[in-house]
Design a binder for this molecule. Sequence first.
Ligand SMILES: *Cc1c(COP(=O)(O)O)cnc(C)c1O
Length: 399
Amino acid sequence: MTGSNDWRDHYAHRMMRTLGAPLARLERGEGAWVWDDEGTRYLDFLAGIAVNSLGHAHPVFVEAVSRQAATLAHVSNYFATRPTMELADRLTRLSGAGDAGRVWFGNSGAEANEAAFKLARRNNSGGARTRVLALVDAFHGRTMGSLALTGKPAMRDGFEPLPGGVTHLPSTVEALEAAMDDSVAALILEPIKGEAGVLELPPGYLEAARELTRRHGALLIVDEIQTGAGRTGEWFAYQHAGILPDAITVAKGIGGGIPIGGLVTFGHASDLFSKGQHGSTFGGNPLATSVAGAVLDEIEGADLVGNAARRGIQLRERVEGLGSPLVAGVRGRGLLVGVALAEPVAGHVSAAAMEAGLIVNAANDSTIRIAPPLTIGDAELDEFQDRFGRALAAVADTL
Ligand SMILES: *Cc1c(COP(=O)(O)O)cnc(C)c1O
């Protein structure tokens, strides 16, 4: 019998030093719950960072993986498969890209944003458009291209030079107006900045961004990787603003746990790529696309988008109902929630939550990010309120 902490040393020794120490070693999950290797049960209100839309081991997910794995898992992009085309149709329908919409599939969010960055380069008007605008604090991924779009110096430091031409703007309409001209190929943004701490854009920003990009011939690209798949109470968060972008990127929650990413283009943006200009070996394989199709079908059939909207309001009420002096406010939409703390103790709160059997995330020093499965109901909210209340109280006692 080995000591229960041996795996921690093993991990520290063998895994690349890009990550902190793991919080636990998880063995299995069911619904909104996961169990570690000592049998301790945790309520998972992070859902693999907004990935496990249906929770863990959902029968629809399990059946889709098993059925497709037993049928046809991978073929290469020399061939078409039915699940790939059905998912492309579903994404263009749900996003409003409609009949002019086109889809490219990759395997992750960063890859989807790489494709979007290349799409922006294609909108060059014969070389006249050289600039891409992004936002300060934005997170778009860790590959060189998506990192060039990311507006977090701490992630960029040590990796320069990055692909050029990207300017990061403060998230105000004034800053956008000042920066926008006919040399801009694209503006890329997150409708809610998840990694930055669930920060919303100012009211009217998306509408103004739509108007300004249209006027100057720039693409409006919305990164829906964290906000999509119904998480905010609409299929995609830009739909709250009633606008249509030129392209969106998707990943995380659309697969419910199977790795997949995609770029969906609208209107004339669908004509920018031509044969041979982009590709991926795994991208769009029938295993990933059939599972994503089943996940989105379940979200649609069980009205989990509506559930995200309703449960999101209740979740916010539960947090406020705790009356903790540590809670300074609640941000976000639907089931993407940021709890603003009155003190920079988010790391202590997430650690105390683990002690109380609850997984939440310290998105920054003073924000707790909460992103449960879209399937949660009253029972999970009761458990959450009890556990989160205990975590906040434990930390408040030490201050
Ligand atoms: C997670 C995330 C990414 C990167 O996705 P990966 O699958 O980790 O590459 C990009 N943009 C946003 C908004 C994200 O939340």
